[in-house]
Ligand binder design. Structure first.
Ligand SMILES: Nc1ncnc2c1ncn2[C@@H]1O[C@H](COP(=O)(O)OP(=O)(O)OP(=O)(O)O)[C@@H](O)[C@H]1O
Ligand SMILES: [Mg+2]
Length: 225
């Protein structure tokens, strides 16, 4: 079954937003969908309902409980820092081998589409040696690359594409998720990235209300998966 790794050019770009929207849209066709957010930093259990795993559980139509969060997001850290630093603050570390095994087990057990949301951007350190890029390379599943619509995103995106190509990773689609107060027209950004994307489809996703399921851009992304 198809599994996708959702990654982006940085933090706060729209990985969770796009994944949740896709899950809601795809659930309408009664597919058994799964999602993981294995590593979360900045996790505050007193407002767990606002966390990425809680947003994904809500989209999946699953109950939000400590057990459910533990199931899809076992590496949770309090500090809003890169995972290596956030873990070190608690005297912990992300065990890369365990992380890959955890992800692989979900991929092998998936009965329908599975989305694995990364953490931060594509080269955020996970431990002293490895970054998200090494995690994606170990899994070798197609990527959903989420980028922003802000001024400067084209360079960030093309840098990411070059690094991903070096690892021979497959990109299922690139989504330009419009950032707050973008000074650049979304269509212009999409057209520019398309010229350099080597045939990978680029979908512009405008700023949408939270919880929306019906938008042509979401349907288009789902059709590319
Ligand atoms: N197209 C969009 N329309 C409306 N809001 C959006 C859109 N894209 C992102 N957002 C909002 O921007 C914020 C950051 O998005 P999101 O949480 O999905 O980022 P992320 O890449 O998952 O970040 P992190 O690295 O923390 O996991 C959220 O409040 C989200 O709802
Ligand atoms: Mg997120």
């Amino acid at each position: 079954m198809a599994a996708y790794f959702v990654t982006s050019t940085g933090t706060d770009i729209g990985k969770t937003f796009v994944t949740a929207a896709l899950i809601r849209y795809m659930r309408e066709s009664n597919q058994p969908i799964a999602a993981l957010k294995p590593i979360v930093s900045g996790y505050d259990s007193s407002v767990a309902e606002t966390s990425d795993p809680a947003v994904l559980l809500a989209a999946l139509g699953r109950r939000m409980s400590a057990d459910e969060i533990e199931r899809i997001a076992p590496w949770r850290f309090r500090a809003p820092l890169a995972p290596d630093l956030a873990a070190a603050r608690e005297g912990r570390r992300v065990d890369f081998v365990e992380l890959v095994e955890f992800s692989r087990a979900a991929i092998n057990g998936a009965k329908g589409p599975l989305f694995i949301e990364g953490v931060g951007g594509i080269m955020v350190p996970l431990d002293g040696r490895r970054t998200v890029l090494d995690w994606m390379t170990a899994l070798d599943i197609p990527l959903l690359l989420i980028v922003g619509g802000y001024l400067g995103t084209i360079s960030h995106t093309l840098t990411a594409l070059d690094v991903l190509a070096q690892r021979k990773l497959t990109i299922a689609a690139i989504v330009v998720s419009e950032s707050d107060r973008d000074a650049v027209a979304l269509d212009d950004t999409v057209a520019s990235i398309e010229r350099f994307s080597n045939g990978v489809e680029v979908v512009g996703l405008p700023r949408l209300p939270a919880g929306i399921t019906h938008h042509p851009a979401i349907a288009r992304i789902a059709n590319l998966l």
